[in-house]
Structure formats: C-alpha cells, structure tokens
Design a protein around this ligand. Sequence first.
Ligand code: FAD
Length: 319
Amino acid sequence: MAGILVIAEAADGALAPISGELIGAARKLSAEGAGSVTALVAGDAALAQGLIAAGADNAIAATSANLATGTADAYVPAVEAALAQSGADVILLGQTSLGRDLGPALAFKLGTAVAMDCVELKVDGGKLRATRSAYGGNARAEVGFKNSPAIATVKAKSFDAPEGAAGSGSVSSIDAAGEPRVKVTGTSRAESTGIRIEDAPVVVAGGRGLGDEGGFRMLEELSGLLKGATGASRAACDLGWYPPSQQVGLTGKTVSPNLYIAVAISGASQHMAGMAGSKNIVAINKDADANMVKVSKFAIVDDYKKIVPALIEEIKKLG
Ligand SMILES: Cc1cc2nc3c(=O)[nH]c(=O)nc-3n(C[C@H](O)[C@H](O)[C@H](O)COP(=O)(O)OP(=O)(O)OC[C@H]3O[C@@H](n4cnc5c(N)ncnc54)[C@H](O)[C@@H]3O)c2cc1C
C-alpha cells in the first residue's frame, strides 16, 4: 500500500485530540503494511511540526486562509494537493463536523467511497477494511473498498494517540484551497463546565431510572469528588433531565474512561456503543438482570438513592 493521509484538525491554535487519535489509527495501519503516515493540517509550519511530534512521518501545513471556514469546498483542493504530494491511497478523517462534510465530498470528487463513523480499521490482503455500527447499534458491519483511495472517518475515542511519539519527519506546505461557498457568520462555543466528558478519567452517568433531573445533582456531586464528568443516557437527555452535549452512546459521545459508573442505566446496545471501551464499568441498578449489571466489573444491585449518598459520604471520609 502507498501510504496514509491523515486530515488533522486544530482548535484555538493547538492540535485537536482527534488529530492524535487519527495518527494512532494510521500508525496501526502502517504497522500492518499500509505505508508511511502523512498528516495535513490547516495552519502554519509550527502546528504541522506538532503532527510529527505526535507520530506522523511527514506533515503538511495547508496555509490558505480559506480553510478557516472549515468547509468541504475549501478543503477538497487542499486534500487533493496533499494526496498528490504524499501518494497515499488511504485517507483518514475524524467523524467531526469537518470530516462528516469533507469525507463524502472527497469520495465524490475522487470517484471512490467513504466509510463513515468507523470504530476499527485494519489492513487485510493489502487493502483497508473498516468496521462501523449498523442497524442502530445492534450490529457491527465490516466493509471493504473497491476503489482507491479508500476514505474513512473515525469515531472519536476509537483509537489512542501514539504514546511517547517523537518523530523526525519533514514538514512541507501547500496553499491550495477552494473558494468557500458557505460564509461563516459567527461561531459560538457550547456551554460546558469542568472537564470534557470525552477526556475525563472518571464518568458518572445517569439514566431514566434516576426518576427526575434532581438525581443528576447527586451524580454531579459524586463525579466532582472523583474529579470526573457527568454523563447521561439518551432516555434521560430526551426527557430534558440533562444536556444532550453530555449524552453517551451511538448518537452521543464516545468515552473510554478508567472508571465508568452507570447509575440507573439499563445498558441498551446504543448506550454501550459509546462506553463499552471503558476500562472498569461499575453498575448501580436495582435490576440484577439489567444488561449493564451483566457487563460490569462490579455491580451494586439496589436503589441508587440509597447507594449514591452512601458512596459520597465514604469518599468524603477519605478526604
Ligand atoms: C438509533 C438509536 C440511537 C440511540 N442512541 C442512543 C445513545 O446514543 N445513547 C443512549 O443512551 N441511548 C441511545 N438510544 C436509546 C437506547 O436504545 C435506550 O432506549 C436508552 O439507552 C435507555 O436509557 P436508560 O438505560 O436510561 O433507560 P431504561 O432502559 O429505561 O433503563 C432504566 C434503568 O434504570 C434502572 N432503575 C430504575 N429505577 C432505579 C433506581 N431507583 N435505582 C437503580 N436503578 C434503577 C432500571 O432497572 C433500568 O435498568 C438509541 C436508540 C436508537 C434506536
């Protein structure tokens, strides 16, 4: 195979976490025979140098100001130029607002296909194969590619950024970009307090079994003591008990904390799709047959209203 082109992303002048995860995915494919890893980022050479430090073999800084819009029509010519320069036959993007738009646009322009929202990637018989959720999260589908380049968007938190990476590759620049047809009139940041749920080492998540939004205040106290974040099932978010930005699952965030405490969450496959990668799952549920209890490392089968306050008291005693 001829190499992998990673479309990295930056925010506030720094590489976004998805960039390291994409390089992690690309390094895995490279080890399986997919060739060298080139990463492209909109920005200057210093930002691109960060991609080398993150584990890319080569980095390209795409310097056109048009890319600041983050729209596919601006990005397609930049990616085509990077593809010509790198000779890659695999393109990896994040399943982000950029990747969701750019992946299909590139596939159309390059006469190939895109596999969206992939959670696993591998090289098989000299070709990329990608795994993603199917049937509303109840099954996983593995897909291959007939044409080249093979394009895949990768779900956040599906791959780890390479550890202790410190590459020594070269940085080049291109200024190709399209004229954006979309005018960005403003941006606003989603309100969030404390640690991002995707980055939290501990997540305490609540479900419909909490009974009302007041239950989340209790979970927030627990997650605060554990220096973590609070999450929710879709059922709880749909009831308006917690912000959709904190929803975990197939149609929410993907998290892989060291500790995931699922409080009054049944463990539907669509919820599991967002947290099954957690290192330790603890279930608090009054139903011993709930799926979350079955998949958990430790389960407390009882009413959360008894268990969570007791846990809070014990943790407070530990200081
Ligand atoms: C296409 C699609 C996408 C979806 N995406 C998502 C997604 O991203 N995230 C997601 O979460 N869901 C998603 N869902 C919904 C999913 O199928 C489930 O409906 C949802 O996860 C159920 O949420 P829940 O576990 O909070 O509620 P329930 O299934 O109602 O479970 C409540 C649990 O609380 C327990 N309980 C009740 N009272 C107490 C108590 N006092 N103490 C302790 N335990 C108690 C019960 O035993 C039960 O296990 C999606 C569904 C579809 C079709």
